[in-house]
Write a protein that binds this ligand. Structure first.
Ligand code: ADP
Ligand code: MG
Length: 661
């Protein structure tokens, strides 16, 4: 008695594409079916080790493929885990993952050939058989006791049927009735060719036709001597493992004997983003215990910040019957993780020092994760430090990166600390007024412009005994460090103590609680002002971290430093002496402050500056007497929008009047 079922809508769409529009790379259907057979064998192997009640426990774990040239059929059989009637419905009629949709999308965007090439990635590999089949019949018997065999059949239309069937032993047969234009596949020779090309590495023997010898080498590539594996084989295995169509940037093939015995083949993908979007379905390494697959995605073998690493680990020390649940708690795992982490970090360090260009390609993709590692994994700190690279004032080229060692090797005379500046990007950091004094004395400053850098700083307080210091710290004294270079711009006279003091007071009165204090700068040369921090500790960068995490944050209140040599300060001081009520004065004070905020990457609302700037330009191009200050909204002057519109005029007057005192 046969029962008919309707395919899930996504599968119908998928089948439609596979049946009607894909004619390239059709031979990948065999790779997909063999990979499913191998998965089924892996699973029954695992059951055999952990569970007594497996049907036909003695059957050889193998795959058999037979072609019938006359009947134009291929039969792929395995002694794997098999499927019950319910399994057939849920595995070959519905898709748990969003695989079909993602595949259909990919097939539309990319060319169809590339899409079929990676169809397995979407968890819908089985259906690729309909590129070559008019009809498919799956006969399966589960490994569970007392489960009868069933057959699933479909012609790739909207429905499939299920009926009781005959099958003596545990396992699955996939019988493919080839399309007219795909009859070429019904040949042992052709099948062998495809198996050697795509499935050589499969760990179980694949017997084709009447052959008594397996067609595939069955070599676990990670157990081979690296001298015997070609780059091409390494890259093929990577592609098979990750579905990444670009070759990896780097690979680590290792074998350890003491204290743990294991093999590992690890890869670093070429693209961080692609890897994030479509890794092998999930992050994690494939974990084997003596060639038996224990976990497809083990995240317990490397720390979180190294999860971009892909690959396989095969341990000789894990007990074979370890269950998937208890593997995590096994002591061997802790040691494996330690050894693997150490190996990955030392290999990266070796690359960073011996082949910096290659290393920087990796850093470009995954540097952000590596930098986070410093904060989240303090035990690895000294191993991560040599992996850090930054742009710096040493080069105007944002692609030129320097390590902390590079920095330390070139410390200026008497320089003890490592200086850095936090900024939103290279151009804005490099224009910061904080750098005036450092440039003048030939002291290098590192640019920390990645959003995670403030976070990194929580774990990176010093390097090889040199403290890391933010150039905006208020108490940095450079007077004995480096050598004062002849200034390119002729040095100007400083305002006298008295004139500076009244200007200073004017700034303090106008800016109020938005600043901690106003003081004279000893270091500024080309910039009129800057904001400095005198608060220490890790909390200092908290607002940047909160901003990164999209949390609420308050602007830090800083000290404003004014440059008594800058022409703007001279002009402002003269203007104040001539007429303290000049309404331009508070406008300029506000703008000096907000410019400094901007330069810190701190401005909460740059657009709000526009109307003030318009007024200032109007004043600069004409007579200030033309300006109608009464009409100026208070926010333009004070930068704070706190009053209602009704009071606007009064408030503006107040601000100006306040400046009179
Ligand atoms: P995936 O292999 O990514 O899960 P597929 O479309 O290739 O996706 O296969 C769908 C499901 O069908 C598999 O997950 C498995 O449960 C089941 N299946 C396919 N082939 C076999 C087989 N030979 N033996 C047992 N189960 C199988
Ligand atoms: Mg599959």
């Amino acid at each position: 008695m046969s029962q008919t079922f309707t395919f899930q809508a996504e599968i119908q769409q998928l089948l439609d594409i596979l049946v009607h529009s894909l004619y390239t790379e059709r031979d990948i259907f065999l790779r997909e079916l063999v990979s499913n057979a191998s998965d089924a064998l892996n699973r029954v192997q695992f059951e055999l080790l952990t569970n007594r009640d497996v049907v036909d426990a003695d059957a050889e774990l193998a795959i058999e493929i037979k072609a019938d040239e006359a009947a134009k059929t291929i039969t792929i059989s395995d002694t794997g885990i098999g499927m019950t009637q319910e399994d057939l419905v849920s595995n070959l009629g519905t898709i748990a993952r969003s695989g079909a949709k993602a595949f259909i999308q990919a097939a539309k965007e990319k060319n169809a050939g590339t899409a079929t090439d990676v169809i397995g990635q979407f968890g819908v590999g089985f259906y690729s058989v309909f590129m070559v089949a008019d009809k498919v019949r799956v006969v399966s018997k589960s490994y569970l006791k007392d489960q009868p065999a069933f057959a699933w059949e479909s012609t790739g239309g909207a429905t499939y049927s299920i009926e009781p069937a005959e099958r003596e032993a545990r396992g699955t047969d996939i019988i493919i009735y080839l399309k007219e234009d795909a009859s070429e596949f019904a040949s042992s020779w052709k099948l062998k060719d495809i198996i050697r090309k795509h499935s050589d590495y499969i760990a179980f023997p694949i017997y084709i036709g009447e052959d008594e010898e397996a067609t595939n080498k069955q070599t676990a590539i990670w157990r081979q001597d690296p001298k015997e594996v070609s780059d091409e084989q390494y890259n093929d295995f990577y592609k098979m493992l990750t579905f990444d169509w670009e070759p990896p940037l780097h690979r680590i093939h290792m074998r350890a004997d003491v204290p743990l015995q294991f093999y590992a083949l690890l890869y670093i993908p070429s693209n961080g983003e692609r890897n994030m979007l479509s890794p092998r379905k999930e992050a994690g390494l494939k974990l084997y215990a003596r060639k038996v697959l224990i976990q497809d995605y083990s995240r317990d073998l490397l720390p979180e910040y190294l999860q971009f690493v892909q690959g396989v680990v095969d341990s000789e020390d894990l007990p074979l019957n370890v269950s998937r649940e208890s593997v995590q708690a096994n002591k061997v795992m802790v040691n494996l993780k330690k050894t693997l982490t150490g190996k990955v970090l030392s290999e990266l360090k070796r690359l960073a020092q011996k082949n910096t260009a290659e290393y920087l390609k990796i850093y470009k993709e995954f540097g952000r994760l590596i930098r986070q590692g410093i904060a989240v994994s303090p035990v690895d700190r000294t191993d991560i430090e040599p992996l850090l690279f930054f742009t710096s004032t040493r080069s105007a080229n944002p692609d030129e990166l320097f390590s902390l060692d590079h920095y330390v090797e070139r410390l200026a005379t008497n320089q003890d600390d490592i200086y850095y500046i936090l900024g939103d990007d290279f151009p804005s950091a490099s224009r910061s007024p904080h750098l005036d004094a450092f440039r003048q004395r030939g002291i290098e400053v590192l640019y920390f412009t990645d959003p995670v850098d403030p976070f990194m700083l929580m774990g990176l307080t010093d390097y090889k005994g040199h403290k890391l210091r933010n150039v905006d710290e208020a108490d940095i004294d450079l007077s004995s460090i480096g050598e004062l270079k002849e200034s390119e711009t002729p040095s100007r006279d400083s305002l006298t103590e008295d004139t500076f003091e009244s200007l200073r007071q004017r700034f303090e009165e106008t800016l109020g609680s938005r600043i901690k204090a106003v003081r004279q700068s000893k270091t500024l040369t080309d910039s009129p002002a800057r904001l400095v921090s005198d608060e220490g500790g890790a909390n200092r960068q908290m607002y940047r971290i909160n901003r990164l995490l999209d949390r609420d944050y308050e602007l830090p209140v800083k000290t404003l430093e004014l440059n008594p040599r800058h022409p703007l300060m001279h002009n402002l001081s003269q203007m104040q002496a001539a007429n303290p009520a000049n309404p331009l004065i508070p406008l300029v004070v506000e703008q000096v402050f907000e410019t400094a905020l901007l330069q810190e990457g701190l401005h909460p609302d740059p657009a709000a500056m526009a109307s003030r700037l318009t007024l200032l330009m109007q004043a600069a191009t004409g007579s200030s007497a033309d300006l109608d200050y009464a009409a100026v909204p208070p926010s333009v002057i004070s930068g704070r929008v706190t009053r209602d519109d009704d009071d606007a005029g009064d408030a503006a007057d107040d601000e100006v009047a306040q400046g009179n005192t």
